[in-house]
Design a protein around this ligand. Structure first.
Ligand SMILES: [Zn+2]
Length: 1065
């Protein structure tokens, strides 16, 4: 009988499990490959002392080491959450370890940083389990044996993702402690402190096995290569002998090499693996901790660069670089050196990775202006890739803004998180609102924190929707969100996957290299026109109302400071343009636009920090505005002689009529007063970008131009002026809005407007991020209300409505109609205390349209009012800035606001989201007192025919009013400083001093979606005008006629942004 010798056929599931266990810590701590990764270890020779920093302070290295350190041992606990403990380590390397590499193993269960004794951060450490774990620091590559080493470790009492209580996104646990205890490497759940000699052959095999096992898992089970991988895994384990370790490792390595060295076909998919480390500038930890995360993460990457010369690490957010420069100048210098070698590559070009829904157009410009300038100054060149992997949706104006900011390419992946529709493109041309195209890539691995494993390679092909046009993907790998970045294991796996049969060809490189190669190989790319709407996190348009209000108000304040200061410059006043101050204020506003701060998805600590930053910006901004206005008035107004009236600066460039509110001054007769007589009301006609002065002789009493009456019989209130008559019920709800000139009723029979409604706001997981589609089914009337007449005219009539919104929340609403406009304003003062409840205001109009219009950065866009398709219904809540508008042929109504961003329009129902009350990660989100306003503006004609844009500006940008004395009035120049003559659809948004000269920068955009033709005129003596980009590089000359004080005719395409640089004499 023949002897049978063949082994049994492999059973796939059993073999996979066997191989998994070979690499894991848990089950076989003494016999598998994992247990052999270190050949020697010791905890005997480490002496440890500690200085615990009091009061949760984060102090510098030199401050820390000046303190006395107390002897300590493993087993001691440190806390509370967010506190810092500095350790001094004195250790000696055993004599018999001569010639070996020696690593320190430190696992405090928290984040930590290794410092050299001369105060240079060496490497970050991250304890605890999971992908972020990084506990090894190489002390010496080749020990002399017997030497002693001294170093410091700065231990932070927080994990990589803060100290969330129970769940990562829960509010932080404030009393966490972290224990430093002696343990053994093979049980990583225990806290460890030891020195150890890595077994390099074992590590090598470990990475080989990770790769081969990954292929066995991820490649199709019916593919030859997948089967071969499975068989190879089994072979390696069969040959592994723990009692003959060194000999058997060599044999195993040979088996692995035979498998991995088989190369794939040249036509295979290509991947550029881009090392990166997403550090949220604040999120589940405060800004102060981020400053340390940066040093921990980036110093770690420098160590990897030393060992892997081909390794490229890209790094975004100039703000983080500036912090590093301030706090760790020596480390910053090392990064500059790495940048010269091409290993450290600044990317993105923006100040922070900002939210891209909420910031104004000018804010987005400044993100790039400040970002690119910092990077160019410190690293010698600008970024050409806009890198925004994690922002919650991308404005339709971004293509134009990034292109005008020196970027050629755009990168993200966030739309892979869409929870309704899959975004259909991977490599595509993104076409912006104005038609600007930018080559874009949405990483098909669907993360910016890829682990660089076989699964990432496979997903890069499987999820790549444009393989036919571009057979190349970008893989952004490296631990992220809390920082960390690539790990050694990732680089080792990438080396093995460079070119092995069955996988794409994968090279380490930078993002720009990737895009350049796409330019070469791609053809017939698809296009996507308009916004990259993110079908998720729709609550971030509304969460943290105070943050959003500050952002809007400060964007406007900084605009006013820049305009007033530029006028001083133009008028040759003895005034120094506050460039350094403005830079600081802008950078602070830009910082808070980070994609977890302005959206409201951070912990309470961050939100408090943000508000404190805003408070200081506001204080300083107001001071700067006052200084500039003082200079324009040639002196402070209130101290010089008797007051004779008011000067009013309209910072908008078109004429406007306003009812201004001014403090009552002795001897000045107003047409109307507030009930307490402290404020007077005055109707004024203002020129564009111009001072107007009003003295008593020019002011006249108005005849009754607006009225309010109470119809006792019906218990209704009627507000009426020349344009409209609006009826409200006794709860302040709008039951009729009649356009007197058009003889048109706007509230459908039986419907009402100005309805305050509450909704259950209970998303499945991401509380402060998400408003989920089913909330729409839960709307209900918000409590009860009682209306009464407030002011009765002649300039301003009001109805005051006291709301009891719920058992715990109340509001006072003042409804205002003035003598000058059909606009009805609703001013809200709300005491809000709710649990996961959303407050909206709702209007139903007798208007029919399939699309509504919403303001976006430097323009507007239309979105469907239907739920016809899943793409339409996914937009059940959308972002808009100062207005939304619902227009049909001939007529429309706009809904304006002064600090809100969450809109919706379904059929003929318009809604504005006012307040939320999510509980994680900030348990107290939005609880408290709020003031905000919104308004309705009925208008004849469609959105595109009328001045909704201008009205929305006017609602947000009141004229600057100040009392003047006779002598201070002398100095005021009453001329229009800059004006646009021609098309009304060109808006002059920004007037500022140039970054590098005394020139003046003016930014203008087309706001309605059509051609604009106009001339810029000025009363200043202008010697030359140039077109430039957002970075203020000159791009071409514009003819300027000095006799007529006017440029040539300038033409803008729909939604084009134009920046002009003016040289003044
Ligand atoms: Zn992020």
């Amino acid at each position: 009988m023949a002897t049978l010798s063949a082994p049994p056929r492999l059973i796939r599931s059993i073999t996979l499990e066997r191989a998994n266990k070979f690499l894991q810590a848990d089950l076989y701590p003494h016999i598998n490959l994992y247990s052999r990764l270190y050949s020697k270890r010791s905890s005997e020779t480490i002496r440890l002392s500690v200085f615990s920093v009091p009061d949760i302070k984060r102090i510098s290295f030199h401050e820390a080491i000046a303190h006395d350190f107390e002897k300590t041992t493993t087993g001691t606990s440190y806390g509370p959450s967010w506190s810092t403990h500095w350790f001094k380590l004195n250790l000696s390397i055993p004599a018999e370890w001569v010639g070996e590499q020696v690593d320190l193993i430190w696992d405090s269960g928290s984040e930590a940083m290794v410092w050299s004794t001369d105060g240079i951060p060496r490497q970050g450490l991250t304890g605890d389990r999971g992908n972020d774990r990084r506990v090894e620091y190489t002390l010496v590559k080749k020990a002399e044996g017997g030497e002693t080493i001294e170093l410091y470790i700065e231990m932070a009492c927080n994990g990589m993702f803060g100290t969330g209580n129970g769940n990562q996104i829960n509010p932080p646990q404030e009393d966490r402690t972290f224990t430093l205890a002696q343990g053994k490497l093979r049980t990583p759940q225990k806290i460890i402190l030891e020195i150890a000699v890595p077994n390099k052959a074992a590590w090598h095999l470990f990475y080989d096995m990770q790769t081969i096992l990954g292929m066995a898992n991820e490649l199709p089970s019916d593919s030859a290569r997948g089967q071969e991988a499975l068989w190879t895994c089994n072979q390696i384990i069969d040959h592994f002998e723990r009692h003959n370790l060194e000999g058997s490792l060599q044999k195993c390595l040979q088996i692995a090499k035979t498998f991995l060295s088989k190369t794939g076909p040249p036509s295979g998919h290509r991947i550029t693996a881009v090392g990166n480390c997403h550090i949220d500038t604040a999120w589940l930890w405060p800004y102060a901790e981020t400053r340390r995360k940066i040093a921990r993460s980036w110093s770690t990457q420098l160590r990897l660069m030393e060992d892997y010369p081909e390794y490229v690490f890209v790094c975004s957010q100039a703000q983080q670089m500036e912090w590093l420069l301030e706090d760790y100048p020596k480390l910053f210098k090392q990064l500059q050196d790495a940048a010269k070698r091409g290993q450290f590559q600044p990317i993105g070009g923006s100040w922070v990775e900002s939210d891209c829904n909420l910031p104004s157009g000018e804010s987005l410009c400044r993100q790039f202006l400040y970002g690119q300038r910092f990077i160019e100054r410190h690293f010698g060149e600008r970024c050409r890739v806009s890198w925004l992997p994690d922002s919650f949706g991308y404005s339709a104006q971004l293509p134009q803004i990034v292109k005008q900011s020196g970027c050629k390419y755009f990168f993200t992946q966030k739309l892979s998180w869409n929870n309704i529709n899959k975004f259909p493109n991977t490599t595509f041309n993104w076409v912006g609102l104005d038609g600007t195209r930018v080559l874009s890539h949405m990483a098909p691995c669907e993360t910016y924190a890829a682990q660089a494993d076989v699964g990432d390679m496979v997903r890069s092909i499987k999820n790549n929707r444009d393989l036919a046009f571009s057979n190349h993907s970008l893989l952004p790998y490296g631990n992220g969100d809390g920082g960390g970045g690539p790990q050694r294991a990732m680089l080792e796996r990438l080396k093995r996957m460079k070119d092995t049969d069955g996988l794409p060809q994968c090279n380490m490189g930078g993002a720009e290299t990737f895009f350049e190669s796409v330019v070469e190989i791609a053809h017939d790319l698809q296009e996507w026109k308009g916004e990259l709407y993110f079908e998720f996190h729709r609550g971030t348009y509304t969460s943290q109302a105070p943050t959003k209000k500050y952002n809007r108000k400060l964007e406007i304040l900084l605009r006013e400071v820049e305009i007033a200061s530029t006028l001083c410059l133009g008028l040759g006043r003895d005034f120094s343009y506050p460039k350094a101050d403005l830079d600081r204020l802008w950078k602070n506003v830009l910082l808070n636009q980070f994609h977890d701060v302005l959206p409201g998805s951070s912990i309470e600590m961050v939100n408090k920090d943000a508000r404190e930053i805003y408070r200081k910006v506001e204080l300083k901004g107001r001071q700067l505005l006052k200084d500039a206005l003082d200079s324009l008035h040639e002196g402070p107004s209130l101290s010089d002689g008797p007051l004779i009236g008011f000067s009013i600066l309209n910072t908008l460039h078109w004429p406007r009529t306003e009812i201004i509110e001014a403090p009552s001054i002795n001897g000045f007769q107003f047409a109307q007063y507030s009930p307490d007589k402290t404020t007077g009301y005055l109707k004024v006609e203002l020129g564009g970008l111009k001072f107007t002065t009003v003295s008593q002789t020019e002011s006249k009493t108005e005849k009754e131009a607006v009225s309010v009456v109470h119809l006792a019989s019906e218990n209704e209130f009627v507000l009426e002026n020349e344009w409209i008559s609006a009826k409200f019920n006794d709860e302040g709800q709008l039951i009729s809005l009649f356009d007197k000139r058009e003889a048109r009723e706007l509230v459908p029979q039986g419907e009402i407007g100005n309805k305050l409604r509450l909704y259950d706001d209970v998303p499945p997981y991401w509380l402060n991020w998400d408003i989920e589609i089913y909330h729409l089914n839960t709307g209900r009337k918000a409590g009860t209300a009682r209306a009464r007449i407030g002011q009765i005219g002649p300039l301003r009539a009001t109805i005051v409505v006291e709301h009891k919104l719920s058992e715990t929340s109340s509001a006072t609403q003042t409804i205002i109609l003035t003598a000058i406009s059909p606009r009805i304003e609703f001013h809200m003062k709300v005491n809000w205390d709710e649990v996961q409840t959303l407050l909206k205001v709702e209007y139903i109009w007798d208007i029919q349209s399939d699309f509504a219009t919403y303001e976006t950065q430097f323009g507007s866009l239309q979105r469907p009012t239907t739920y016809n398709t899943s793409l339409d219904s996914a937009k059940f809540e959308v972002c808009g800035h100062k207005y939304s508008d619902l227009s049909e042929h001939g007529y429309g109504v706009a809904l304006l606001n002064d600090c809100k961003y969450g809109h919706s329009c379904h059929g003929n129902t318009m809604r504005l989201s006012l307040l939320r009350s999510g509980k994680a990660p900030d348990a107290n989100s939005d609880i408290g007192y709020h003031e905000f306003s919104y308004a309705i503006l009925p208008h004849k004609g469609t959105f595109h025919e009328v001045q909704v844009v201008q009205e929305a500006f006017q609602f947000n940008v009141p004229p600057l009013v100040r009392p003047i004395a006779s002598d201070s009035a002398q100095g005021i120049q009453r001329c229009s400083f800059f004006s646009l003559e021609g098309s009304k659809n060109a808006i002059m948004d920004t007037v500022k001093r140039a970054e590098d000269s005394e020139d003046v920068i003016i930014r203008i955009y087309e706001a309605f979606g059509g051609r604009a033709a106009f001339r810029l005129r000025s009363t200043f003596d202008i010697t030359s005008v140039h077109r430039c980009n957002i970075l203020e590089d000159i791009e071409g000359a514009v003819r300027y006629n000095r006799q007529e004080n006017s440029t040539e005719l300038l033409v803008l395409r729909a939604f084009e942004i134009l920046t002009l640089k003016l040289k003044l004499k």
